[in-house]
Design a protein around this ligand. Structure first.
Ligand code: MN
Length: 259
C-alpha cells in the first residue's frame, strides 16, 4: 500500500510575490502535498503579531494557494486551526531574503511563522538566505535543495521535543557550500539609529535605520557557520524561562507586606 503523502504548509514574511516562497514550495512538492497560505504583501519584521482588530480577507489563487491581508503567524493559525480541511504535518517558512541570525529571530516574521507551527504541536522550520555579496543576486536554489533534505529528515527522524528549527543558508552555488553546522544563536550588535528627516511640508518624520549590524565572533554560532560557508541549523524552543534566575529572584524582597 502506498504511504499517504504528508501535508506541508508553506508560508513566509516576504509575501506571496517573493521568489523565495515559490522556490521553497517547489522543492517541498517532492516531499509532500504543499499548501501555501501567505501574506499578500511583505510583512518582514512583524515578529509574532496576529490580527485581531480587523477582519481578514483570504483570496484563493489556486486549489492549494491562498493569500491574505494578515501576518505570517495569522497564515499558520489559519493553516492549523480549521481554515484548511486537514491540518498540515509540517510548517515551513521562507525562503527569506536576508538572514535571521542571533536576535534577528525575535523580530523575524519568518521565524515567528515556524514558531507558531511549533505552538500548534507541529514540526516546523524557518529558512533564510544570507545577503548576497555586492553586485550579486539572491540565489534560492541551494536553500530550496536543503529544505527538501531537511523535510525528509524531519519526517524520518522526528523533531526533538520542544524544538523548531531556524535555518540560514549562505548565498552560494550548491557546490561551494561547505556542509551543515548545528549551531546556537550568536549575538548581533545592532547599530540602528533614529534618523530624522523633513517632509515637503516642513514636518518631521523618522526612519529606524543606520549602519548594518555586526556580530560577536564566536565559534558554534549561526553567524560563524555562515562565515565558514556552511548552512546553519539552530534548534529553537518556546520556553524563554531563565531557570537559573528563579532561585536568585526568590531571594529578592518582593513581599507584599507594607514596609
Ligand atoms: Mn522577510
Amino acid at each position: 500500500m502506498q504511504k499517504k503523502k504528508p501535508r506541508i504548509l508553506v508560508t513566509n514574511d516576504d509575501g506571496i510575490h517573493s521568489p523565495g516562497i515559490a522556490a521553497l514550495a517547489e522543492a517541498l512538492r517532492e516531499v509532500g502535498e504543499v499548501w501555501i497560505i501567505a501574506p499578500d504583501r511583505e510583512r518582514s519584521a512583524v515578529s509574532h503579531s496576529f490580527t485581531m482588530n480587523h477582519p481578514i480577507r483570504v483570496h484563493n489563487l489556486d486549489e492549494r494557494t491562498f493569500i491574505m491581508d494578515g501576518t505570517p503567524a495569522d497564515c499558520v493559525m489559519f493553516g492549523t486551526r480549521g481554515f484548511l480541511e486537514n491540518p498540515p504535518d509540517l510548517v515551513a517558512s521562507g525562503i527569506n531574503r536576508g538572514p535571521n541570525l542571533g536576535m534577528d529571530t525575535v523580530y523575524s516574521g519568518t521565524v515567528a511563522a515556524a514558531h507558531e507551527g511549533h505552538l500548534h504541536g507541529l514540526p516546523a522550520f524557518a529558512i533564510s538566505m544570507n545577503v548576497p555579496a555586492q553586485g550579486e543576486a539572491y540565489r534560492f536554489d541551494g536553500a530550496a535543495k536543503f529544505a527538501k533534505i531537511l523535510a525528509q529528515a524531519i519526517f524520518s527522524r522526528h523533531m526533538p521535543d520542544g524544538t523548531f528549527l531556524n535555518v540560514n543558508v549562505p548565498n552560494l552555488p550548491w557546490e561551494q557550500l561547505r556542509g551543515v553546522a548545528v549551531t546556537r544563536l550568536g549575538q548581533r550588535i545592532y547599530r540602528d539609529k533614529i534618523i530624522k528627516r523633513m517632509d515637503p511640508q516642513g514636518k518631521e518624520y523618522y526612519w529606524i535605520g543606520g549602519d548594518s549590524p555586526t556580530w560577536v565572533k564566536a565559534e558554534g554560532t549561526d553567524f560563524h557557520a555562515l562565515e565558514e560557508n556552511k548552512i546553519s541549523v539552530t534548534p529553537l524552543g518556546q520556553d524563554f524561562t531563565q531557570f537559573h534566575a528563579i532561585t536568585e529572584l526568590d531571594r529578592w524582597d518582593l513581599s507584599l507586606d507594607e514596609k
